[in-house]
Design a protein. Structure first.
Length: 377
């Protein structure tokens, strides 16, 4: 039995990057051998085991054969006679098909080390075309590392899209990959590659339609990378992406359709909807009077959800790539919100003898507080 470190951990070590998770391939063993050594079986589709002490994943070397469309249509063969090279050959990219033995020696049968040095994303074998999720994975690796895609790999991705493989992707897996890609350093590269290979029109047709004008596409790309550079959370980055839909005939419905298609979380969808509705008013924030500011806060439910309102301002800031006017508006609106939230709603309710007048009294008190804080006349 031989054990090798494989995949992302080896790749990231060679790139000089921090390693988060380590995976291992075991050659020459059976499930019974692993169990006897104290490993805990966890794999459903193929034999994967957790180390009894470190709880790291150890998978038996395996090969795969395509049996149906989609990413689940595979027959797995895991046995002691499967070699390391055979196991590595089923992986998506050469940079992920590198192994290291326990003596530290690198095993690189498919040229992954060279591609790392050159900054190239290249498929290992024609079997790449058997799993449509790999289209999304290549795109998010482009966003993570900024590597270029090998021409042959790009042609293969386009052929997969043309063959309808991207149509077999399930929503949960699409969102999983999109969410990871959105949180990378250059998320624009993910969507640029999906657009280039034709997959964007299959997985996010609303966005593909919104990006038809070249100017809108370029603005969205800059906005995405601005949000990433600021380290904004996933909900903000999704809202920034969705703001491109504002140019469509029914942007809110298009956003609902897109969010439902990829099963985007409710928090991400709702922030994006709020951005579509309130972006123009927020952009005018430096010029709004106290009444309008309070009305904006009310429409955004900012009293109860100030953190989400802050995310909304980050979304608009990103869409405007940090223009001074956006920063001034955000600063003013946040100062107004602090003043309005300092109003004691409970005290007003206790003093008011006529319950139906409480809401009007509270609104008037908030407007007065905003006027005082901002010196609005």
């Amino acid at each position: 039995m031989k054990i090798y470190a494989v995949g992302g951990a080896v790749r990231d070590e060679l790139l000089g990057l921090p390693v988060k998770d380590r995976d291992y391939v075991v050659v020459g063993a059976t499930p019974e051998d692993m169990t006897r050594l104290g490993y805990k079986p966890v794999g459903k589709d193929f034999p994967v085991f957790l180390h009894p002490k470190t709880h790291e994943e150890y998978a038996l070397a395996r090969t795969e054969r395509k049996t149906a469309r989609g990413y689940r249509g595979f027959q797995v063969y895991a046995a002691p006679d499967v070699t390391l090279e055979q196991d590595l050959s089923r992986r998506d990219l050469t940079i992920n098909a590198i192994a290291r033995d326990r003596q530290g020696r690198v095993i690189d049968p498919y040229g992954g080390v060279s591609d790392l040095k050159r900054g190239v994303l290249r498929h290992v074998s024609p079997a790449f075309a058997e799993d449509p999720v790999r289209i999304l994975r290549v795109a998010r690796f482009a966003a993570r590392f900024g590597f270029k895609v090998a021409p042959a790999t790009l042609r293969l991705m386009r052929a997969m899209v043309d063959a309808g493989e991207a149509d077999a992707l399930v929503a949960e897996r699409v969102w999983q990959e999109l969410a990871i890609g959105l949180m990378e350093a250059s998320p624009s590269k993910m969507f640029a590659l999906l657009r280039n290979c034709g997959a964007l029109a299959r997985v996010l047709p609303e966005l593909a339609a919104a990006w038809t004008p070249a100017g809108q596409y370029a603005r969205s790309q800059r906005a995405l990378d601005f949000a990433a550079a600021r380290g904004y959370v996933l909900e903000v980055r999704y809202a920034v992406l969705a703001c491109a839909l504002s140019g469509l005939e029914a942007p809110e419905q298009e956003l609902r359709n897109m969010s439902a298609r990829v099963r985007a979380p409710a928090d991400a969808r709702d922030l994006a909807l709020l951005a579509l509705r309130q972006r123009e008013q927020i952009e005018r924030g430096a010029k709004l009077g106290a009444e309008a500011v309070v009305a904006l806060h009310q429409a955004c439910d900012a009293w109860r959800r100030p953190a989400r309102f802050d995310q909304l301002l980050q979304t608009v800031e990103s869409c405007n790539t940090g223009r001074a006017s956006s920063l001034a508006a955000a600063t003013r609106l946040l100062a107004a919100l602090r003043a309005a939230r300092a109003v004691d709603a409970g005290a007003i309710a206790r003093r008011e003898a006529e319950p139906h007048k409480i809401a009007a009294r509270l609104r008037a008190a908030r407007v007065a507080a905003v006027q005082s804080a901002l010196a609005v006349k």
